[in-house]
Design a protein around this ligand. Structure first.
Ligand SMILES: O=P(O)(O)OC[C@H]1O[C@](O)(CO)[C@@H](O)[C@@H]1O
Length: 546
């Protein structure tokens, strides 16, 4: 397969960037009074404004040509058809089946997976209703008040992000907690204020072999058994979410208390599966269903809308435009909603584990940039921390501003101020401030002309910094589901353009293997000479002082 950068579509974009690099968005807006009304699109309750980008209609045409040159529509169909598009693991990529509310069958290897998917959803409904209703009791007969999810990566970030985002929908109990780090402090601090008699543990691991999760689960089990004085208590206080029934049984959790998912669900795309159990427990199963319905609505849009009106495709191609032609290396996600606090971290894994690849599906090394460094945090805090660099630094950083029209907490004028900041930042990033404007503003404030001339270069902003703005009515289960699916399909779009497999993660393996070797040396108190001298010296330093 020829690399995408040898396609005429790529070459055309490279030449086009040479021209666009000379343009300023201020001029593009001035030349096109309808730009703001025109360059926006809606789907599944998400409004996307993409007018503040260094693009013209020609740019968009060339980007859609590129998507077609990469066969995006064919690959999209292959994903929805359950084909094994995760070629290195020979697996289908069918998280869309987990939220399929259409009633249509969805098949993997000729078998409709929907009966299994719906069966597990029903078990989640029954279980979450029982726990929330007090019918599922702890070993001593008391209802569950706290749920501790033990998992890491995709078995942690999704449910944690969604539970936080849906805090307004949570009742007083059960309260969700998340333990991921193998650092004993994480588990200790979480359990410190909990009562074993009213705590339920969910051990969430696709493989059920992940070192961090298994270590935390063993220690949690000890805490529970010590606290309640009986091994028999495990039955009432531990459930598992996994694809690996054998390992679950080995751990000592009855497989009757296991919620299954399947190898065609990637870890970082798994919150819609039983991995979402903490969400159903925290906000109720009906709201979990509304979340998956929101995602399904976005799936239908992604599956059926023409590329030109397709939100995930537009976002994905804009990313490619900056990463591959304008030299951007990072991408910031900036939610103007405190409840979306973990949204950037969630898509840090979603994006970087998916598209942090340097070879194509065929194993050829790419000569172009692929996935960016994804980062961010809630907007106004960011304004007082890192926005300086976005506005006046030497890096080009494309940004996503995400905001709800309505707040869950409409106190005073907080929300008006929050959104004023959001809109103002995108305007400032786009417009900038010329040297003359900076100088005139200082003169108008009474500063003498010498001082104004001295300070003007410091107060001048280039502008022309791109941003997308995504607005939803409110952060509800439905809009959140749609937003998450939007980003998932954006990542898919980019992976297809780059010709990489977005669904494996071999890059995390080497460190895991070496950690196993080093752990046995630490446990034996003896360093082998196999390491580089730096690692050996560090290990010896640690062993001498521990
Ligand atoms: O669910 P598991 O099997 O414990 O894996 C946890 C995480 O580890 C990874 O395999 C690697 O970090 C992720 O892809 C995954 O989400």
């Amino acid at each position: 397969m020829a690399l995408i950068d040898s396609s005429p579509a790529w070459q055309a974009l490279a030449a086009h960037w040479q021209r666009m690099a000379q343009m300023h968005m201020r001029d593009l807006f001035a030349a096109d009074p309808d730009r703001g009304e025109r360059l926006c699109a809606d789907a599944a309750g998400v409004h996307l404004d993409f007018a503040k980008h260094i693009i013209t209609d020609e740019t968009l045409t060339l980007l859609f040509d590129l998507a077609r040159a990469a066969d995006l529509e064919t690959w999209r169909a292959r994903m929805f058809d359950g084909k094994h598009i995760n070629s290195t693991e020979d697996r289908a990529v069918l998280h869309v089946a987990l939220r399929n509310r259409s009633g249509r069958p969805m098949s993997v290897d000729g078998r409709d997976v929907m009966p299994d998917v719906n069966g597990v959803l029903e078990r989640m409904r029954t279980f979450s209703d029982r726990v929330r209703g007090g019918d599922w009791q702890g070993f001593t007969g008391r209802p569950i008040r706290d749920v501790v999810n033990i998992g890491i990566g995709g078995s942690n970030l999704g449910p944690k992000m969604v539970c936080t985002a849906l805090t307004p929908y949570q009742s007083e109990a059960p309260r969700p907690h998340f333990v991921s780090n193998v650092d004993g402090s994480h588990l200790t601090e979480t359990l410190k204020h909990l009562d074993p008699a009213t705590t339920l543990f969910i051990v969430a691991s696709k493989t059920f072999t992940t070192q961090e999760t298994m270590t935390n689960a063993q220690s949690a089990r000890r805490w529970l058994v010590d606290g309640l004085g009986s091994e028999a208590a495990v039955r009432n206080h531990f459930v598992a979410v996994s694809t690996n029934a054998e390992k679950v049984a080995e751990f000592g959790i009855d497989t009757e208390h296991m919620f299954e998912f399947w190898d065609w669900v990637g870890g970082r795309y798994s919150l819609w599966s039983a991995i979402g159990l903490p969400i159903a427990l925290a906000v109720g199963f009906e709201r979990f269903e509304a979340l998956i319905k929101g995602a399904h609505d976005m799936d239908e849009h992604f599956r059926t809308a023409p590329l030109e009106q397709n939100l995930p495709v537009i976002l994905g191609l804009l990313g490619v435009w900056y990463i591959d032609f304008a030299g951007a290396r990072t991408h910031a996600i900036l939610p103007y909603d405190q409840y979306l606090e973990h949204f950037p971290a969630y898509f840090q894994q979603g994006d970087m584990e998916s598209n942090g690849k340097h070879v194509t599906r065929d194993g050829a090394r790419v000569g172009y940039a692929t996935g960016p460094v994804v980062w961010g945090q809630p907007g106004t805090d960011g304004q007082h921390a890192f926005y300086q660099l976005i506005h006046q630094g030497t890096e080009l950083i494309p940004t996503d501003f995400i905001a709800p029209i309505k707040s869950h907490n409409p106190i005073g004028d907080h929300h008006a101020k929050l959104l004023a900041n959001c809109f103002a930042q995108t305007e400032a990033l786009m417009r900038g401030r010329t040297l003359e404007e900076a100088r005139d503003a200082m003169l108008a404030s009474g500063m003498d002309s010498h001082e104004a001339a001295r300070l003007a270069p410091q107060r001048q902003f280039d502008g022309n910094r791109p941003s997308s703005t995504l607005l939803v009515e409110q952060i509800t289960p439905h809009t959140l589901g749609a937003l998450i699916a939007l980003y998932e399909h954006k990542i898919f779009t980019q992976g297809i353009v780059w010709g990489i497999n977005s669904f494996d993660q071999w890059g995390v393996e080497l460190g895991k293997q070496l950690a196993g070797v080093i752990l046995s040396e630490i446990q034996a108190g003896d360093v082998s000479s196999e390491h580089d001298t730096s690692t050996t010296a560090l290990l010896r330093y640690y062993l001498r002082r521990r």
